[in-house]
Design a protein around this ligand. Sequence first.
Ligand code: SAM
Ligand code: DTB
Ligand code: SF4
Length: 336
Amino acid sequence: MTSQAADAIREVSPSASPSDFSQPRHDWQIDEILALFEQPFNDLLFSAHALHRQHFDPNAVQISTLCSIKTGACPEDCSYCPQSIRYDTGVTPEPVMEVQRVVAQAQHAKAQGATRFCMGAAWRRPKQKDLEQVIEMVKAVKALGLETCLTVGMLEAEQARKLKQAGLDYYNHNIDSSPEFYEKIITTRTFKHRMDTLRHVMEADINVCSGGIVGMGESRRDRAGMLRELVNLPKHPGSVPINMLVKVPGTPLADAEALEPLEFVRTIAVARLLMPKTMVRLSAGRTDMSEEMQAMCFFAGANSIFYGEKLLTTENPGESQDMRLLAKLGIRAMRH
Ligand code: SAM
Ligand code: DTB
Ligand code: SF4
């Protein structure tokens, strides 16, 4: 933030945080992040929005489209996930998609204004043959002029290097929550496994997309802890998706207590303050959010959405509904 902007904030809003957000920091402490969360709502939103305007056009959002290239029957036990084989959620498992079908979906996404195509697979980690198929998809989607993003589970260093060679732009690998809460929601892998994959992705010079889920019954301290892990990575992630839990019947979190909408908005605002140049994505859970809540998230610094009828297996607002919302807000689709 420029000193002028910081002065303006202090003048209009004397209780606003005096933190200096002008330099990217990687040494955030949990109590400092909690202090950001605890500010009066207007002060928090004002400073997040002011910072957002310094780095981004406040009236543009980046549009990503998701494609589930391999659905269901996942061996992991993530408590939130409809694709785990351990829960009866009604998801019909589907094998790996043909490359041509993926390309057709990517073409449609591009025609609808998407600039990034994100391919997700319900795997713990890809096997050698899986990786070869995925590489074909990355090359074919990239040839359409779209940015490519993959989320296919844990990666070894060598696998990350191969994906880089194939031209992969982003790898999505969410840390999901704080290290402390992580072990309450997943037992088949550890937080450290997640961090190891992120390291392999960074070392291969692929852009990191990493965020998490809120509304799983975690505390504010856990939400702050998740953001601390993301901001203190050696480089701030290029994208941070903030998902509101989609409560899927059959999963252990089907009856989790709903998170206060304003606390969700605060989480977006704190993410923006901590990572001023990162794309903050208002991700899963938008079908249950009012237009007003989404508008507030955009004001707080969210500048990316998933677009299209479906996320991976659950619903997303349809394209026409989103176009209407963006038009009402005077927000346009960001170009590359
Ligand atoms: N299997 C890979 C993995 O877990 O890394 C990639 C696909 S996985 C479905 C991608 C992400 O979707 C998860 O990390 C989680 O953050 C998010 N997700 C899954 N189920 C969700 C739900 N019910 N609500 C919100 N986000 C969810
Ligand atoms: C992310 O953070 N959210 C997306 C994407 N990355 C892969 C996935 C949301 C999944 C929601 C549940 C489902 O549709 O299965
Ligand atoms: Fe599998 Fe990913 Fe779902 Fe976990 S989040 S069960 S790893 S698909």
